[in-house]
Design a protein around this ligand. Structure first.
Ligand code: UDP
Length: 234
């Protein structure tokens, strides 16, 4: 094992440029304060993330995903993760609603991009472009490329989820550097990292069910997976 995160483990392979990412059933929220095991969450997140990264690859967005190996494991390109979380928001929710005193569900006229510094000991603070450059994490040029990719990913995912009756409220993505120095999309995109609301009922089909003790957590993940899966038949 190369690395163990909160809900994933990364394993080395015989190929220096490839890793295996294993999705576990561990769930955490509020910077590790709330913890639980949600049976089969890893299976759904592995399948959902594999589906989404495959879809994004087909849409021309280069990423680390290579192939699904089994229920919990996927083969990916090895990258050095850039310690920034990029958050893209189409609808106001969560920390943005709280911070700015806005009602959750408010639809702004623009797309909002936040960046957070990935540092557990600091609680992943919200930062800005200048902070990221000062920290030596990225250059201004690289940030421009990252925001450009984030916008393309948002467009692709908004229309994907709309096809299955789901509003993409917000999501978090991470990028990594490849051995040859390119910056590509990496990590995971799943109900753990997105807010997904049913278009008709407004039901939350994401990790807020766990964060806010709404119940039926795994059923929501299963629902997202089966809706995406139904697209394969089209
Ligand atoms: N998010 C994430 N990991 C984090 C923080 C946020 O995947 O460490 C996702 C979260 O699921 C949501 C979006 O990013 O889809 C925006 O989260 P927000 O900043 O509102 O924070 P939260 O309310 O989750 O604390």
């Amino acid at each position: 094992m190369l690395y163990e995160g909160k809900a994933k483990q990364i394993y080395l392979t015989d190929d220096a440029d490839r890793v295996v990412i294993r999705y576990t059933d561990a769930a955490t929220a509020f910077n590790n304060v709330k913890k639980a095991i949600i049976a089969n969450k890893g299976v759904y997140n592995n399948r959902i993330s594999a589906f989404i990264f495959g879809y994004l690859r087909d849409a021309g967005i280069e990423n680390h995903y290579i192939a699904m190996l089994d229920d919990r494991d996927q083969l990916c390109r090895r990258v050095e993760i850039i310690p920034i979380e990029v958050i893209v928001r189409n609808v106001v929710a969560g920390s943005m609603a709280k911070r700015l005193g806005l009602e959750e569900g408010t639809r702004p006229s623009n797309v909002i991009y936040d960046i957070c510094y990935k540092a557990d000991e600091l609680g992943d603070p919200l930062i800005n472009d200048h902070h990221a450059v000062a920290l030596g994490i990225v250059t201004y040029d690289e940030l421009r490329g990252i925001y450009d990719m984030a916008a393309k990913i948002n467009d692709a995912l908004k229309s994907l989820f709309a096809r299955v009756g789901v509003t993409l409220v917000d999501f978090k993505i991470e990028f990594g550097r490849t051995g040859d120095g390119r910056i590509i999309l990496a990590d995971e995109i799943s109900p753990d990292t997105c807010r997904l609301w049913d278009m008709k009922t407004g039901d939350k089909l994401d990790k807020d069910r766990f964060r806010r003790d709404l119940g039926h957590v795994i059923e929501a993940y299963e629902e997202i997976y089966s809706r995406l899966e139904s697209l394969k038949a089209e």
